[in-house]
Ligand binder design. Structure first.
Ligand code: PLP
Length: 465
């Protein structure tokens, strides 16, 4: 399999060459040259596999320049850190199925991809005799999942900036109690936007970026999308079998369009057996306006109870545009230039109709999110986290004869305040979070000043001396 840029500016690359790059050098996103379609025989062969075996088979289609024995090891190592034998179990609750993606080390779905990405990076760097310093800013989930993906890995260090005192207590503890020497938590005396601006500035200094081999693990990395395809296929097999149904729907709480884009690819691979994907947004509804009215226009970010979806410009959206525009990189480039200038994109009636064959969409308010947590608990005894609740609420609007599978993207114990507002009590604390506050911490507090962060990286980064 070879890889292209959505903007057409690179010659085709093999998988391993794209992984360490992240973004394509022409500013576009990496996409596979073609999306493999699974035959009836493939489906019969894949249906009964364990999660790890299925992941191996899916990755082999996309990552065909990795030695097979190595790929096998990477998969096994990545999912050994999950606490459930099915890795991502799917359970029937009331009228829907819940696909639990939160059994990894940080209790959110990003572990599924980032555990694999950390191992993959380590392998690629070791075989090339190279090293990398990962730099990122976080307001919560991504940072801790990235830290747990990189901790203890050779040839790899990570610097994660978070706003001091402004991430949730659980999330701050999850990050700062990782004491491996290759993990650096920097708590900046400023806001999340300050952290992001500093990261952007340091990446923009090409000399600095090159000297310290700065890398990113953000959601545009192709290997992350690839890893997320697996659980759609996995859940499709489990649920279609249990319900004797040929077709299903998935509901996906969406922010950066990464998770749901993996669902789009799974839908193409399954030849439409995923009849529709439900794109669920919170009050930051740009993607819902896109699906329902062809209006993709940026507004102010509204802070909500589902903070990991408080996003306006969805960084993976460009990948979908590429397919919507018939894999025409010229049109993607034009659209992205126009979007950068005007902050909006418009689509034709015909295009909107095509989008609506892939997706149905609803935007869910915070009041509805809390109601859903409460009603769902009363009906089923099951506690939803606020992100999952957004997806469940949207799913209930589009329920019909086909089974509905709702992605549960975080464990409710990560968001005790929201759950407590809905239910009047906090969710039980899982093993992974017990005793966190007694553990030793490793965090450095710095002013929100690019020069201070730069100096810290210079003093602590991996480098060839
Ligand atoms: C990141 C995240 C999302 C959104 O996923 P995208 O891939 O950005 O659409 C939803 N829920 C939780 C809990 C998350 O951490």
């Amino acid at each position: 399999m070879r890889y292209l840029s959505t903007r057409g500016g690179i010659s085709p690359l093999p998988f391993t060459a794209t992984v360490l790059e992240g973004l394509a050098p022409d500013g576009g996103l990496i996409v596979p040259e073609k999306i493999p379609e699974l035959s009836e025989a493939d489906l019969r062969r894949l249906r009964g596999l364990s999660y790890q075996d299925l992941a191996y088979e899916v990755f082999r289609l996309f990552a065909d320049d990795l030695p097979e024995s190595e790929l096998r090891l990477l998969v096994d190592r990545s999912y050994a850190t999950f606490t459930h034998p099915d890795i991502t179990p799917v359970v029937k609750k009331g009228r829907v199925w819940i696909l639990e993606l939160f059994h990894g080390p940080t209790l959110a779905f990003k572990d599924v991809a980032l555990q694999f990405l950390g191992n993959l990076f380590e392998y690629l760097l070791l075989t090339r005799g190279e090293y990398m310093n990962i730099l990122g800013a976080t307001s919560g989930d991504t940072g801790s999942a990235a830290i747990y993906g990189v901790r203890g890995k050779r040839n790899l260090a990570i610097f994660i900036l978070h706003p001091h005192g402004r991430v949730s207590p659980v999330q701050a503890l999850q990050m700062t109690t990782v004491t491996d020497p290759n993990v650096f938590n920097l708590a900046l005396e400023g806001t999340f936007d300050d952290c992001q601006a500093i990261v952007k500035q340091l990446f923009g200094d090409l000399e600095f970026k090159r000297r310290y081999r700065l890398g990113a693990v953000n959601s545009i990395n192709w290997a992350r999308v690839m890893a997320q395809i697996v659980y759609y296929l996995w859940a499709y097999f489990r649920v279609s079998e249990a319900e004797g149904a040929e077709e299903v729907r998935f509901s996906v709480p969406t922010g950066n369009f990464g998770d749901i884009f993996a669902g789009y690819l799974a839908r193409r691979m399954l030849g439409g057996r995923i009849e529709r994907l439900i794109l669920a947004t919170n009050e930051n509804d740009i993607l819902t306006r896109f699906v329902n009215r062809g209006d993709y226009s940026v507004r102010e970010v509204i802070p909500t109870l589902s903070p990991s979806m408080d996003i306006q410009v969805a960084s993976n959206f460009e990948r979908y545009l590429y397919y919507l525009f018939g894999e025409d990189p010229e049109r993607v480039r034009e659209a992205m230039v126009r979007f950068a200038e005007e902050g909006r994109l418009r689509f034709s009636e015909e295009e909107i109709r095509r989008v609506q064959r892939d997706f149905l969409s609803a935007s869910v308010t915070q009041k509805e999110t809390l109601e859903t947590i409460r009603d769902f608990y009363q009906e089923t005894g099951y506690i939803l986290d606020p992100h999952t609740a957004v997806g469940v609420r949207a799913a209930l609007e589009f329920l019909e004869a086909r089974p509905m599978i709702c992605l549960a993207t975080a464990h409710p114990a990560k968001f005790p305040e929201a759950v407590s507002r809905a239910l009047g009590f906090e969710p039980p604390i899982p093993e992974a979070l017990k005793g966190l506050s007694e553990r030793p911490r490793r965090v450095v507090i710095l002013p929100a000043d690019p020069a201070a962060v730069r100096r810290f990286i210079e003093e602590n980064a991996l480098q060839i001396s």
